[in-house]
Design a protein around this ligand. Sequence first.
Ligand code: SAH
Length: 226
Amino acid sequence: MSNDWKFERRRQRLVQLLRDKGIEDERVLAAVGRVPRHLFVDEALIARAYLDEALPIGLDQTISQPFTVAYQTQFAMSGLAEGARVLEIGTGSGYQAAVLCELGVDLYSVERLEPLYRRTRDLLRSLGYRLRTRCGDGTQGWPAFAPYDAIIVTAGAMSIPDALLQQLRAPEADPDTGASTPGGVLVIPVGGSEGQTMKRIVRTGPNSFETEEMDEFRFVPLIPGQ
Ligand code: SAH
């Protein structure tokens, strides 16, 4: 039995598990079903790659649990189509970035740790994923390519960085129909080291935002500065 086939079967079982746990967006499930997660973990951990758990990736960081990746992606992408401009903070292993690329978004991703940034940039490139990556402090966002339709933060924040709110797309009225396009959405886990509450914040105007609080998670910390 070839390894590819073995991994394909495990991946489809993972997709079914995510479905059972409540992930409903078929686009997200299909994307998880295509990304070879075993290539994003250390070789010693390959046997665990398709279990629904976070795993160490070195430098005290982790590859997020598949459920968490699917959950954040689903909430960021609701109402968005292919070609939407998305910013990820915390590239880490690159797994979340690969899932977003599979959804056909125009992706930008920032990682603070230089060695991780380099390794992951090369891995994503070798797998054929096209996105822009940068090494820097993601709490500042990535102003050069703003505004974004969605921003996903994959590390736990003590508070919501204002730069990220400012880089969300503001809603705009369509001159022909008068209907307004939706504002950008920020999906960010907020809280201390004991755990964080996932928040979904939608920009409703130049200076107005609507916040929805969702489930509890536990992420590695979002560390401001470099
Ligand atoms: N999305 C990743 C999750 C990695 S864990 C994945 O799918 O594997 C979170 C990552 O956020 C870590 O790599 C950590 O170094 C990074 N990080 C923490 N603070 C950051 C900051 N201020 N700017 C950018 N990245 C940051």
